[in-house]
Ligand binder design. Structure first.
Ligand SMILES: Cc1ncc(COP(=O)(O)O)c(C=O)c1O
Length: 416
């Protein structure tokens, strides 16, 4: 019994059987890497949020098109919740399947130019369950060294042999397939993201597709950060590459909602319906989510959001940041890593911005490798020239005041 319990009070750390967790948390705190929850309230108008009553200009949101607060998207969620209920009540294979799930899947299949699509409750759930459904211990998974955590988890759960190719390096991928790929009778699956979530750079999908073709391997592309924004009709970066067998898209980013889908040939879809635990053993996506995504997808496809102009503005923003002394490489997308190297520099810079009304959260190990801490700035359709000017000016003010604590320009250590 702890002293606190003996004293008649509750130990705030919980009972002794939680002590190993407590130790782990204490270690994180000693390394200054303890994460804690904060809450934000979206302002009705993107891109502002309220934190503890303070209005902040948000450069840390994945709501790239500002659809999370769009009145029609919200009404889409509300109307489907009114019509079909707050929840789907069961998994799709039990009694949770609704016609609205199938209608959305049909639309997503057309949108991504694939034969079929399947909804999931999140991108994380999709990656961690689709990879093990496609490849078992007799197979081989080759994924980019900087893959999202959910992709790596999916690969580990599959128990397949896992090989990681150098970031965006099709030659290394080819060498791995040539060297280790033989002798595997099972499925060989290549996995990459189209836009990398922390660096904002793009994968060479044409070259990776060629490697996949030469080796007869399956290719899965996680299009989480491209879908809705990139591609002629916002269909993402993978849709245009026929050799991509499986496209994974998420709704929690440009669609302003939550959930995910996997688009593929109908055979793969049927395989997932029968063998993918994350689909089979999970309550079907809630009607509200389907309603929001349906309206968001309509807007994305219609062109009314003018993603083309947004992408032009993203290119201008990179130019402007560079002129302001900020190295934005390797990104050429709406995700802009601002390299600071040391963790403390990233924290100092984020705090400096926040004091001036700008939210740009520091990303530190273990999310990124040690020595590569950064601000992950995400540009959204609602950011104006004035918003961008505020960001550039505040970053250069930080740089001029704290040259030794944080180097915001080229030269900061960025890669592992
Ligand atoms: C590349 C990538 N894949 C998957 C996910 C997970 O998606 P979700 O937020 O829908 O779980 C994320 C989210 O951060 C991501 O960046």
């Amino acid at each position: 019994m702890s002293q606190a319990e003996k004293d008649g009070g509750m130990d705030p750390r919980g009972p002794g059987r939680l002590r190993l967790f407590q130790k782990g948390l204490e270690a994180r705190a000693r390394e200054d890497q303890l994460r804690s929850l904060k809450h934000y309230r979206p302002e009705i108008q993107a891109p502002y949020v309220l934190r503890d009553g303070v209005r902040l200009l948000n450069f840390s949101s994945n709501d790239y098109l500002g659809l999370a607060t769009d009145p029609e998207v919200r009404e889409g969620a509300a109307s489907f919740a009114r019509m079909y209920g707050a929840g789907a009540t069961a998994s799709r294979l039990v009694s949770g399947g609704l016609e609205i799930h199938e209608a959305l899947e049909a639309e997503l299949a057309t949108f991504t130019r694939r034969g079929a699509a399947l909804l999931f409750n999140s991108g994380y759930q999709a990656n961690t369950s689709v990879l093990p459904a496609l490849v078992d211990r007799s197979g081989l998974i080759l994924c980019d060294r900087r893959s999202h955590h959910s992709i790596l988890q999916g690969a580990v759960l599959s128990r397949a042999k896992l090989l990681r190719f150098e970031h965006n390096d099709p030659d290394h991928l080819e060498a791995l397939l040539t060297g280790h790929g033989q002798g595997h009778r099972g499925v060989r699956l290549i996995v990459t993201e189209s836009i990398f979530s922390m660096d904002g750079d793009r994968a060479p999908l044409a070259e990776i597709s060629e490697v996949a073709e030469r080796h007869g391997a399956l290719l899965l592309v996680d299009d989480a950060h491209a879908i809705g924004v990139w591609g002629p009709r916002g269909e993402g970066l993978a849709a245009g590459h026929e050799r991509v067998d499986i496209v994974l898209g998420t709704f929690g980013k440009a669609f302003g909602a939550s959930g995910a889908f996997v688009a593929s040939a109908p055979t793969v879809q049927s395989h997932l319906v029968n063998f993918c635990g994350g689909f089979i053993y999970s309550t079907a996506p809630p009607p509200g989510m389907v309603g929001a995504v349906r309206v968001a997808l309509g807007k994305v496809r219609s062109g009314e959001l003018r993603q083309d102009l947004f992408i032009e503005r993203v290119a201008e923003a990179h130019e402007r940041l560079r002129r302001g002394g900020v190295d934005t490489s390797p990104s050429d997308t709406q995700i802009v890593p601002i390299a600071l190297g040391a963790e403390q520099s990233a924290l100092d810079c984020a705090a400096f911005l926040e004091d001036r009304g700008i939210l740009a959260v520091a990303i530190r190990p273990p999310t990124v490798p040690p020595g590569t801490s950064r601000l992950r700035v995400s540009l959204c359709r609602h950011h104006t020239d004035e918003h961008l000017a505020a960001l550039v000016d505040t970053l250069s003010e930080f740089r001029s005041r704290a040259p030794r604590r944080g180097e915001v320009s080229a030269g900061a250590e960025k890669t592992p």
